[in-house]
Design a binder for this molecule. Structure first.
Ligand code: 6PG
Length: 468
């Protein structure tokens, strides 16, 4: 049996509901289902006069859809996605399509596409970024899967996505898990930039003693400068927010233990698998893990307390350095992510167009920033660019701020304030532009203790030395 609704949605949590409302506002009819009755009720109330049908079961959902059916999932990543797919597939017909819009692990997406392909059901893995607000008024959408499957849902995505300069922040990215992979790396970059901003906040607070209102003012100024970005804007708002209960800045009332759902860790893990250096993302994950050791940290704070630092930076000079350092480090975070996408695209056969990736990240998503226009331009000029830092204009932007990055890293070290994302960004830049790294010594050590051989600078082939 079939009906008239164009899109099905399983998962009517706030993201799912908002995406349904967004699609309905653009004239698409949507049928929604959730196992939780309260979510179905909330959808019914919010839908008002829109072309939205709420249903009580997967059977009803499937029956309400136009053929061939397209069912979106916005449910938590992991086994729930498999469970929902397991419920839907017996009800679907050949040629129908399931579109997973959650933050699924890309290898799960590849497996699901294969398994559903055997049943002649199309499967798309689609990354959606922008949080609740984005889902409602225009996210960045990162679709992967079969190109012909995408063509069927393209009008819906193009209408629902954020628009920048009249262009929707969505593009078909490639086969299989291409979309979920790009979303994963988006989140890796997101982790790195969030950590950098958190370090800048700590350096201002503990390093030069600014209060929250002052810091909000500083971040507000920066968010109108070269580093203009969504994450700087929200940081400006967060630091200005006063707690209703205590009258303190709300940020001070929040426990300093960061949680994570896994996408940042997956990005780092896969960068390691691919042999792609991504130190800013690695350290961002590590620092969330370190922050979560709250009890241990408090014990160590007592037992390992040092004296006050014998260094106090000049406030205005330090703030100017910090702004430059943050912008340079943000660029290197994008460089690391884009380099990972390039290698992953080759290794996994995604055929990614990195200009398109930068283009669809310009609006709607969490890492949107004015600088993404420059990144898009860099890949338009040179689609095969091995690393963003090799783009002359981008490289120059970082180079002219490299001293500030060094000054901030050095100040953090002298103040004994942890700023590993700044330090890792500096090391990435300095490492990447080193004609000669000390890896020759590492090779010699490997050969010394393990006879692993080494290559010479003056001859082809591999060599082993009897070192003693
Ligand atoms: C986005 C966000 C979104 C979500 C993260 C949070 O692009 O809209 O990245 O996907 O907020 O998954 O991730 P963590 O819980 O791991 O910080």
């Amino acid at each position: 049996m079939s009906g008239q609704y164009e899109i099905g949605m399983v998962g009517l949590g706030v993201m799912g509901r908002n995406l349904v409302l967004n699609m309905a506002d653009h004239g698409f009819s949507v049928a929604g289902f959730d196992k939780e009755r309260s979510q179905v009720e909330a959808m019914r109330t919010e839908a008002e006069e829109r072309p939205v049908l709420t249903v009580e079961s997967p059977e009803e959902l499937v029956q309400s859809l136009r053929l061939p059916r397209a069912v979106m999932l916005l449910v938590p990543a992991g086994h729930i996605v498999d469970a929902v797919i397991g419920e839907l597939t017996p009800l679907l017909d050949h040629g129908d399509m399931i579109i997973d819009c959650g933050n699924s692990f890309f290898r799960d997406t590849s497996r699901r596409e294969r398994e559903l392909g055997e049943m002649e059901i199309h499967f798309m893995g689609v990354g959606i970024s922008g949080g609740e607000e984005g889902a409602r008024y225009g996210p960045s959408i990162m679709p992967g899967g079969r190109a012909e499957a995408y063509e069927r849902v393209r009008p819906v995505f193009e209408a629902a996505a954020a628009q920048v300069g009249g262009a929707p922040c969505v593009a078909y990215l490639g086969p299989g898990a291409a979309g979920h992979y790009v979303k994963m790396v988006h989140n890796g970059i997101e982790y790195a930039i969030m950590q950098l901003i958190a370090e800048a906040y700590d350096l201002m607070r503990r390093g030069i003693g600014l209060n929250e209102a002052e810091m909000s003012g500083v971040f507000g100024g920066w968010s109108r400068g070269a580093a203009a970005s969504f994450l700087l804007e929200i940081t400006t708002d967060i630091l200005a927010k006063v707690d209703d209960f205590t009258g303190n800045p709300l940020v001070n009332m929040i426990r300093d233990e960061a949680r994570q759902l896994g996408t940042g860790m997956w990005t780092s893990q896969d960068a390691m698998n691919l042999g792609v250096p991504s130190p800013a993302m690695d350290i961002a994950v590590a620092m969330r893990n370190l922050s979560a050791l709250g009890g241990e940290r408090r014990t160590a704070a007592d037992s390992l307390e040092g004296g006050p630092p014998a260094f106090s930076p000049d406030r205005d000079e330090f703030l100017a350095r910090l702004e430059d350092a943050l912008y340079a480090a943000m660029i290197t975070a994008y460089a690391q992510g884009m380099a990972q996408l390039r290698t992953a695209s080759e290794k996994y056969g995604f055929g990614l167009d990195l200009e398109a990736v930068a283009r669809i990240w310009r609006g709607g998503c969490i890492i949107r920033a004015a600088f993404l226009e420059n990144i898009r331009e860099a890949y338009r000029r040179q689609p095969g660019l091995p690393n963003l830092l090799l783009d002359a204009e981008t490289g120059a932007e970082v180079l002219k701020r490299a001293d500030s990055l060094g000054e901030v890293a050095a100040a953090a070290a002298r103040l004994h304030l942890p700023a590993p994302a700044f330090m890792a960004s500096l090391a990435y830049f300095d490492g990447y532009r080193s004609r000669r790294l000390p890896a020759n010594l590492v090779q010699a050590q490997r050969d010394y203790f393990g006879a692993h051989k080494y290559e010479r600078t003056d001859a082809e082939g591999v060599f082993h030395t009897q070192w003693t």
